[in-house]
Design a binder for this molecule. Sequence first.
Ligand code: CA
Length: 220
Amino acid sequence: MRILLVEDDDLLGDGIRAGLKLANHAVDWVRDGDAARLALLDHSYQACVLDLGLPKRSGLAVLRELRQRESHLPVLILTARDSSADKIAGLDAGADDYLTKPFDLAELQARLRALMRRASGAATPRLEHAGVVLDPASKRVTRDGQPVALSAREYTVLHDLLTHKNHIRTRSQLEESLYAWGEETGSNTVEVYIHHLRKKLGADFIRTIRGLGYQLGSAN
Ligand code: CA
């Protein structure tokens, strides 16, 4: 999943980015409100972690504009301790959840999983299709009850396809999930991961929609 992190504190931002990368997310990190605004206009993300106190443009202003554009992007705001006014303003401006600094990285990750799960319309944390089950909390994947070992990139592609079950995902959408800014993308990496996933999950598990992209195969 690709996440936009907006945080002007170097130490905190670095820690959050490292934690999210460990959880297999592609993270774009910006440090002020103007850069956040541009990133949100130019890229598609699965979630945004947004500090409220930012240079150039406040997190609240960024959030309000996002919601004015009718974006449903899940947004988790970071607020200073003891600032319940900030939390209320943030939630009223369209934030989905908040965390008070300092917070535990594991809690941030769990809250993001919940936000992205709700955004995908899934009631249960586990994603399932045609005998394949992915559990985002444990990062385990099983096929007909048997564990399947996936690389971090294969897992990310599978997670993306499972969260967009009835949609065709283009190669560039899958690349957006896989890579943050400045990361090298090889020329046929998405194809390679799809190939590996088919070997592990069954040749028909992922269909190629010629000229468009990829979609999960029929469940029968
Ligand atoms: Ca700040």
